[in-house]
Design a protein around this ligand. Structure first.
Ligand code: AMP
Length: 531
């Protein structure tokens, strides 16, 4: 059997690992680095660059350089998150026919799945170079709070990269696998995961090799980039005060500021002040203008304190769902680059009343956990580990008067299958609409629409008499299947939740064909009424 790789496809950095015996090890990229920037660039000569090569030319080629595509994947163009993204990114965004967000590069339309696919393809080839053989199978991690559409889109990206995804696992769960394997002790663990674009909190119990996720919560739109943006806003405002020049209109200047902001933020995790020096940032009527500002750690903390505190209600909800009190948490693991920020460490330590575990590498632990999962699937760790994960969102359907009827509660252990009976609202109703939703609101329209389908052929009967059984199934990847059946006529319909979003099978196939010929970086190879 060939090697199965574990991939942490991060917002800002990605990492790939494998299992050597029963030890997870990181695979270096083609430049020898242990992590790869999740950046893709399209050059004027038609070349595709990935990772550091793409990053290095980002300032001069902004409109063709795609950052943080993970924040776009599986989202609708008209969602509030994409509204925010439009203001921040240097490239164009638009809507596909089905409303999905798309990236516009030089008049060409590229889906976020394709861009993620290019990154995954690069990581696959790094692994192939490392092993000297083809690699076709992977375990890929996603934020615990990724919904069904985002998970499905990530799987499509892997398919574009020529990888069969054997399992999608949640990033914090992967981190806990790696941690649990290392320390070999029974404990109730909180995994606080903040990377470039997302935040998750996961509570789990490790007992005699069984990893039981108890609850998960988070925010798919809170991460390191938001901290960078606060520094950018501060610099732009200070520059306006000093020069009366609005840098928000200058894309080149903004990209330089953004990069400097991120560097400064990192530095301030280890120093108390950092100088931001950007000569010739723009020209006024009479002279060139420069940025030279000192940012202190204290000022950075003032600018971002609310972002850090936004995580605490999520932790409280996760504790409530798991029916745990603070003193029942034994270990706190911090995952994701942003958790290096001292304010985050301090806020979390104050909240839990104890410091987090120090000796783990937050950039690599998720990929290592994915590698362990690949070992479990490959039969290398069977006797050692059993992983029981949960679904992050409640799932259900729309019923009369915009109500949301939950079928599977959030934080239910997966895989799972639940059936509930429903009925008709009109006499002789021959069909019902099944609108599948994911979310926590009682109002259907406030939840995320996953798919709509119709069950036809219902036997004519007075309203309320027919029994339509709706079955929801979530597999181990967190993906959803729905099935509806009229008990009297036997008529049935099933959907793998896909139709209302994502790439169609033929679109996906076309992209896979196109990508086969392109190699980046110049390398080769109770009854409720239904509507
Ligand atoms: P990840 O997605 O886990 O690779 O995390 C990337 C995020 O972590 C980016 O927003 C980085 O700017 C941030 N990050 C990396 N190193 C540091 C650091 N030393 N201090 C603060 N943030 C950091």
């Amino acid at each position: 059997m060939g090697h199965i790789i574990g991939i942490d496809l991060g917002t800002t950095f990605s990492c790939v690992a494998y299992l050597e015996g029963q030890r997870p090890l990181v695979i270096p990229n083609l430049e020898g680095a242990r992590t790869t920037p999740s950046v893709v660039s399209f050059t004027t000569s038609g070349e595709r660059l990935v990772g550091n090569l793409a990053l290095r030319q980002a300032i001069t080629n902004q409109e063709h350089t795609i950052f943080a595509v993970k924040r776009l994947i599986g989202r609708k163009f008209d969602s509030p998150e994409i509204g925010q993204a439009c203001k921040k990114v240097g490239f164009g965004l638009g809507a596909a026919d089905n409303g999905d967000v798309q990236i516009l590069v030089d008049g060409q339309i590229i889906s976020p799945q394709e861009v993620s696919g290019i990154i995954l393809d690069y990581l696959r080839r790094c692994a192939e170079q490392f092993f000297g053989e083809n690699v076709t199978e992977a375990v890929v991690t996603v934020p615990a709070h990724f919904n069904d559409l985002q998970r499905q889109a990530t799987k499509d990206a892997a398919q574009i990269a020529g990888l069969e995804v054997l399992r999608v696992i949640n990033e914090p769960t992967a981190a806990s696998l790696a941690y649990g394997l290392e320390v070999k002790k029974n404990a109730t663990v909180a995994v606080f995961d903040m990377g470039g674009g997302t935040f998750d909190i996961t509570l789990l119990e490790i007992q005699d090799g069984v990893f039981h996720v108890l609850s998960t919560n988070g925010d798919t739109y809170l991460g390191g980039e938001d901290f960078d943006h606060r520094i950018v806003e501060w610099l732009v405002e200070e520059f306006w005060k000093e020069n009366r020049v609005d840098l928000t209109q200058d894309r080149l200047a903004l990209q330089r500021i953004k990069e400097a902001a991120e560097r400064t933020k990192r530095e301030l995790s280890f120093t108390l002040e950092s100088e931001i020096n950007l000569p010739f940032i723009c020209a006024s009527k009479s002279s060139s203008l420069h940025i030279k500002k000192l940012l202190t750690r204290a000022k950075l903390e003032e600018l971002t304190d609310d972002l850090v505190h936004k995580t605490l209600p999520c932790i409280e909800r996760a504790l409530d769902d798991a029916r745990l009190s603070l003193n029942q948490i034994h270990d706190i693991i911090l995952v994701g680059g942003q958790t290096r920020m001292p304010l985050i460490k301090k806020t979390i330590a104050d909240f839990f009343g104890k410091p987090s575990i120090e000796d783990i590498n937050p950039d690599e632990i998720v990929a290592m956990g994915a590698a362990i999962q690949s070992g479990i699937l490959g039969g290398k760790m069977d006797d050692l580990i059993l992983l029981l994960d949960v679904t992050a969102f409640s799932l259900g359907i729309e019923t009369e008067n915009d109500s949301f009827e939950t079928i599977i509660d959030r934080n239910t252990t997966i895989p799972t299958k639940v059936t509930k009976p429903f009925t008709t609202v009109e006499h002789n109703q021959r069909q019902v609409r099944i609108h599948v939703l994911q979310g926590e609101s009682r109002a259907a329209h406030e939840n995320k629409s996953l798919a709509t389908f119709y069950l036809t052929g219902i036997e004519p009967a007075p309203a309320g008499v027919p029994q339509v059984d709706v079955t929801f199934e979530i597999d181990a990847d967190g993906l959803v299947r729905v099935h509806a059946q009229d008990k009297t006529s036997g008529s049935e319909q099933r959907v793998e939740v896909r139709p209302s979003s994502g790439l169609t099978r033929s679109e996906l196939q076309n992209i896979i064909e196109q990508h086969k010929s392109k190699e980046p970086n110049g390398t080769s190879d109770g009854k409720k009424g239904l509507l």
